[in-house]
Write a protein that binds this ligand. Structure first.
Ligand code: BGC
Length: 772
């Protein structure tokens, strides 16, 4: 039986103790004949405006709206001509505000129907000011931090006329080999959902028509993070159970938070390309979730339907993408080339085209583009890398760092040191510490680690001894090489390399303390940047080992977009601080963290493996045979992670009281409060993230050993105690059962654990009773 026909049995039924929730239920895939999309018809003022406009449009103008041109594509140079003929609805990658404004004037003043253009860009973690990468934002375990970062990014991007971002990426990723793990919130659907909603709120603000708001585009729908072997673009095979319980929830949360657009993914999902997957784009998204926004394809993913061995050629690809539910084609031109004919041949219904155009025009309407289409040029002057942007980026970079190890409280560093050695290939790099998808940034705005430390130490007597020691040698060019060319190694001979290495170790010997800034260059994670190993690239590990061998105190500062293999370091390097890719204010933020002006309080949003052989590894697994010793699954090594999901230390310490609940049992559909006392038992003010995990003891299907269902980041002064209350709504305990093939909250006994990582030990039980 196919996954589609299996899902046909999924209906919102009420049986016995199983109370169904109004969550997504897959239904049978509609036939290709039944192409008219059934969208809800709420008659708002915007709908009426759009209908009036639609009535005036020719078929060609409609298809024009469904086409997006990328500036750096062969269509880019033809932009004026396309605008004048009404053959384009949106542009991608136009960044110059004056050019955006010029093109907009052309569209609004010179095209027949005066329809404004929608300018899109990947504002993934900042525009000109770069914020920490999304995986780092998730490491803050603070949705307000993610929201703030994306609000600031929206303000900057909108000031140059960009009103559409291709973010947030909400793909769950459990395989750090996949380069794009850096763009999402990590492995967990609950954390991922909260981060997805927060980012949507940040981008879109309280209203899209606010000139500082931009349209969010949730991506990549769906399952891209499960690419086989972590190989970018490879197919994803995801069971219905995992799809429903793990991969889809962050998308659903983002849609419920009002995300105005969504992007179809590149890969096959269970054998059907996501961009031609009507079950996904129509049945789940439109029918079950009631999504009324705009669906855009990924870059070239429409013609790729042919590459997949799915469509017979470009015309078939266009027909199948639009009939599946794609409203706008990114970059490629199959819609513009073939759709008009396809409508005439009745391969595509006129109503399908109208629905697609309606969602595009409505997005433009909601953004206020029909009223205020032009670029607020004076605002961009004030907004781009403003002091407020910089100080927010710095504060956020300090909130996203995760302290992984701190033996003998080596960190924070003392302020009366005689000398510090600053070593590593990333100490003076500007692009690298911004991370991937920083396409709107100017690297020269970035504060390097060396600059930040120099500035911090300027008025102290501490000497900074800086050298790289090794260079990162790239194996292959990156897709972003045209914008951020990978630096060419300057040390070309073995002798020169060895001399530099030795020099670095000499500096370590001379200094009181050394900081090694190691990790991955900007282009080593992100799109088309998957890896088959997780080691520190090049000779960085050797450098680290040689530095430790000096016997001097060493601090490892990791710059990364994925968990890296630091198993040796975790036993031999006294202090390890993960700063991810911190962005424009990296140097200043790192200085603040190392000297204790800021106290690390982030937590891992992804389980950290010991070696690449353990991946995929994640905490929310199911227990099976020989449950007492799950860590002995490999005979040649531990099965336990290096650091658990949710882990992170502070410069202070905390103690937790016992966990209590407002009730011992709760009817399905109700909620309970879970309380725990937390006290700062150390000597500095610091943050702790209280985390609530649940486990359903028995039910219609096996349930994960633990699932995150609540968290809160709090700040406590030394000695301060706070009772943290986490609300547990039993709807969060519902799941999609592969046995019953539907969503339900199943009555029964649940374990609850509260703690500061996914190994939390404070335990309580809760009985969920059938709904009264
Ligand atoms: C990526 C998308 C991105 C698009 C436009 C694609 O290659 O997969 O995430 O939004 O390019 O830059």
């Amino acid at each position: 039986m196919s996954r589609f026909s299996l899902s046909a049995g999924s209906r919102r039924l009420l049986t016995g103790a199983l109370v169904l929730l109004s969550l997504a239920l897959p239904r049978v895939g509609s036939s290709q004949d039944e192409v008219a999309r059934q969208r809800p018809t709420a008659r708002s003022e915007g709908d009426r405006f759009v209908d009036t406009l639609l009535a005036k449009m020719t078929l060609e103008e409609k298809i024009g709206q469904m086409s997006q041109i990328a500036l750096n594509s062969p269509e880019g140079p033809k932009r004026d001509e396309r605008i004048l003929k009404g053959e384009v609805g949106s542009f991608l990658f136009v960044r110059d505000p004056k050019e955006i404004d010029r093109l907009q004037h052309l569209a609004v003043e010179k095209s027949r129907l005066h329809i404004p253009l929608l300018f899109g860009f990947d504002v993934v973690h900042g525009y000109r000011t770069v914020y920490p990468v999304p995986l780092a934002l998730a490491a803050s375990w603070d949705p307000a931090t993610a929201e703030r970062a994306q609000r600031m990014a929206a303000r900057e991007a909108s000031s140059v006329g960009i009103r559409w971002t291709f973010a947030p990426m909400v793909d769950i990723a459990r395989d750090p080999r996949w380069g794009r793990i850096m763009e999402g919130a990590g492995e967990d659907p609950f954390l991922g959902s909260r981060m997805a909603e927060a980012q949507v709120r940040g981008f879109q603000g309280s209203t899209l028509s606010d000139p500082g708001s931009i349209l969010a585009c949730v991506k990549h729908f769906a399952g891209y993070g499960a690419a086989a072997g972590g190989r970018d673009y490879d197919s994803s095979d995801i069971s219905d159970e995992q799809l429903q319980n793990v991969y889809l929830p962050p998308f659903h949360a983002a849609i419920n938070a009002g995300a105005g657009s969504i992007m179809s993914a590149y890969m096959d999902l269970n054998g059907v390309p996501a961009t031609g997957n009507r079950w996904l784009l129509h049945d789940v998204l439109r029918k079950d979730w009631g999504f009324q926004g705009l669906v855009v394809s990924d870059w070239d993913s429409v013609p790729s339907l042919t590459t997949h061995g799915f469509a017979s050629g470009p015309e078939d690809a266009a027909v199948r993408a639009v009939n599946a539910g794609v409203d706008m084609e990114m970059t490629s031109t199959t819609f513009r080339t073939y759709l008009a004919d396809a409508v005439k041949k009745k391969l595509v219904a006129q109503s399908t085209i109208d629905d697609a155009v309606r969602s595009i025009l409505l997005a433009k309407y909601k953004l206020g583009l029909f009223k205020n289409p032009y670029v607020p040029l004076e605002r961009s002057q004030k907004e781009l890398v403003s002091d407020e942007q910089r100080s927010t980026a710095r504060a956020i970079a300090t909130r996203t760092a995760v302290l992984l190890r701190n033996q003998n409280s080596l960190l924070p560093l003392k302020k009366d040191l005689h000398s510090i050695a600053l070593i590593g290939p990333l100490i003076d790099s500007q692009p690298d510490i911004m991370g991937s998808w920083s396409l709107g940034a100017h690297p020269q705005d970035t504060v390097t680690v060396e600059e930040g430390l120099k500035r911090y130490l300027a008025s102290s007597g501490t000497k900074l001894l800086a050298t790289k020691g090794v260079e990162i040698e790239r194996q292959q060019p990156s897709i972003f090489d045209d914008q951020f060319p990978s630096p060419k190694p300057t040390l070309t001979t073995d002798e020169a390399k060895q001399a530099e290495f030795n020099h670095a170790i000499d500096l370590v010997k001379q200094a009181d303390v050394s900081m090694l800034i190691l990790g991955e260059a900007q282009t080593m994670s992100g799109e088309r940047a998957s890896r088959s190993s997780l080691t520190l690239p090049g000779r960085q590990e050797q450098l680290l080992e040689a530095a430790v061998a000096t016997g001097k105190p060493i601090v490892l500062v990791l710059v990364n977009g994925r968990p890296l293999n630091i198993t040796w370091a975790s036993e031999h390097v006294p202090a390890i601080l993960d700063v991810w890719y911190p962005g424009t204010e990296a140097g200043d933020a790192i200085a603040e963290l190392l000297f204790g002006e800021a106290v690390p309080g982030g937590k891992l949003p992804v389980t950290w493996p010991r070696s690449v052989g353990q991946v995929p590894i994640y905490y929310g697994r199911n227990l099976t045979q020989i449950p007492n010793d799950p860590d002995t699954r490999y005979w040649d090594g531990s099965g336990a992670p290096l650091y658990p999901f949710g882990y992170g230390m502070s410069y202070t310490t905390f103690s937790l009281g016992v966990v209590e609940t407002s009730a011992k049992s709760v009817p399905s559909g109700g909620s309970v409060d879970v309380f725990i006392d937390v006290q700062n038992t150390g000597t500095v003010t610091g943050d702790e993230v209280v985390q609530l995990y649940t486990h359903q003891r028995s039910g219609s299907a096996s349930r994960p050993v633990r699932e995150l269902k609540g968290f809160r980041r709090i700040t406590l002064k030394p000695g301060e105690r706070q009772t943290v209350t986490l609300k547990l709504d039993t709807r969060e305990l519902g799941f999609w059962s592969s046995q019953t093939r539907r969503w339900a909250i199943e009555a029964g006994v649940f374990d609850l654990w509260v703690g500061t990582d996914s190994n939390a030990t404070q335990h309580a039980t809760l009985e969920v009773t059938p709904q009264r």
